[in-house]
Design a protein around this ligand. Structure first.
Ligand code: PMT
Length: 407
């Protein structure tokens, strides 16, 4: 299997040579691709000797127009020839350019033409690693389904101590090897329109206060990214979250349960698949005061009314659309999920226990129980939400086939 090894211009560039060797030991062929800055740290000859391959550096080799044209087309060929794209070290600058689709050198141009799995191993000064801009760019790349191997902690070349050291080459090589067995993403949702809700709702208590919950939107956003990568048109109806909008998705921003209901009902006609991952408030204040309620020493009691049950309403109106609901429980998960499947006319319920550590609300990971209309109950062990999202879509397609076969 062929791996393109993108090398950024950081002090850790020399460790990319160890990574190249580790990948070759695992049976990969390695095609080095260096940025101009990387060449300041390590000579291309080092990688040519290690890999036995011509090292690709600039985007267009200076020379005759024919040479320039052939090298311009070369990045497409290299993108098509390689199965996995590893970028190590991924510098802050390179991460920013990849996140925003800038293509001003061979490596970033090839990235835009590449359709397989991408793995990045960042390395940089601790303050740069912690900077909101870097973290925002990494969130965008994670939301695209790329694997990020976080840097290790320790003393850095600049003398600081903290996160920022390139992860060990052996660890990166093992992560690449784990991608080897992943089936290539199939565009099996071509022609589908997937309507997804995600995030919390915010229910005003007065002019400045509201009640909400800890939903980060990551689960729904991961499903949106996965669906669009598999060829679907995606309409994402999102409560207020801080995760970046997934690329290629139409995102509709709402705040309250009433606004979310209206957006869902307005757009569900277009959908063939509906996934309700949002944590919609069950109660709200139906007539919040227009001014801020002044604080007094007296106890304050609130009268809250139930919000409309959007899932139940969609269940009644779904027609032959495939409807996936979620169930956030703290106990009796299987029973509660099965009850919701029936009472809300869903075809699948994604049940998750939300009282567990590092799973459910806010976490990058989740552990779910898929309860299907076909009668099956499928436990899916804890994994990154990007993986869980793929599995949910796999089962959505399988349930639809099974249900159509019985009608
Ligand atoms: O966003 P993350 O931080 O990634 O966290 C993911 C998650 C934990 C929020 C997600 O996995 C999840 O469980 N979402 C559903 C949360 C929820 O509201 O569960 P529930 O059991 O209260 O609601 C059941 C279903 O009814 C859900 O599909 C919900 O969208 C829907 N609902 C609920 C209330 C309401 N008024 N209208 C609805 O449509």
């Amino acid at each position: 299997m062929n791996v393109a090894l993108g090398i950024g211009g950081g002090i850790a560039a020399y460790k990319a040579a160890e990574l190249a060797r580790a990948l070759i030991e695992r049976g990969f062929t390695v095609q080095p691709v260096m940025t101009a800055a990387a060449e300041e740290f390590v000579r291309p000859l080092t990688f040519a000797a290690l890999t036995g391959r011509k090292v690709i550096t600039s985007l267009f080799s200076a020379g005759s127009p024919e040479e320039t044209l052939s090298s311009a087309i070369e990045h497409i060929r290299v993108a098509q020839e390689n199965h996995i794209f590893v970028i190590a070290p991924a510098t802050a600058d390179l991460i920013g350019r990849l996140a925003h689709g800038l293509a001003d050198d061979f490596l970033t141009t090839m990235y835009l033409a590449f359709t397989g799995p991408v793995l990045l191993a960042p390395a940089m000064n601790t303050n740069m690693w912690n900077h909101p801009a870097t973290q925002e760019n990494l969130r965008i790349l994670r939301a695209r389904g790329h694997m990020i191997i976080d840097p290790g902690e320790g003393e850095l070349a600049c003398g600081m101590v903290g996160p920022g050291r390139l992860a060990e080459p052996e660890l990166i090589a093992n992560a690449v090897a784990s991608l080897r067995n992943r089936p290539p993403l199939r565009r099996d949702l071509e022609g589908e329109v997937v309507l997804i809700t995600a995030g919390p709702t915010q229910e005003p208590l007065d002019a400045v206060r509201y009640i909400s919950n800890r939903s980060s939107g990551k689960m729904g956003y991961a499903i949106a990214s996965a669906a669009v990568a598999r060829g679907a048109r995606v309409i994402l109806i999102s409560g207020p979250v801080s995760v970046p909008e997934p690329g290629g998705v139409e995102t509709v921003h709402v705040k309250t349960a009433l606004e979310m209901r209206k957006a869902v009902i307005d757009r569900m006609e277009e959908a063939t698949i509906i996934v309700k991952a949002a944590a919609v408030a069950d109660y709200h204040r139906s007539d919040p005061p227009k001014q801020k309620v002044k604080k007094t020493a007296a106890r304050l009691s609130l009268e809250l009314d139930p919000t409309p049950d959007i899932l139940a309403e969609v269940g009644r109106k779904k027609g032959d659309r495939l409807l996936v609901g979620f169930a956030a429980e703290t106990e009796n998960l299987a029973e509660e999920a099965r009850r919701k499947l029936d009472s809300k006319h869903c075809d699948m319920i994604v049940g998750n226990l939300v009282s567990q550590e590092d799973s459910g609300f806010e976490s990058d990971n989740n552990e779910v129980l898929l309860v299907l209309r076909t009668g099956e109950t499928i436990p899916v062990s804890r994994a990154p939400k990007t993986e869980i999202a793929q599995r949910i879509l796999d089962e959505v397609l399988r349930v639809r086939l099974a249900l159509h076969a019985t009608t």
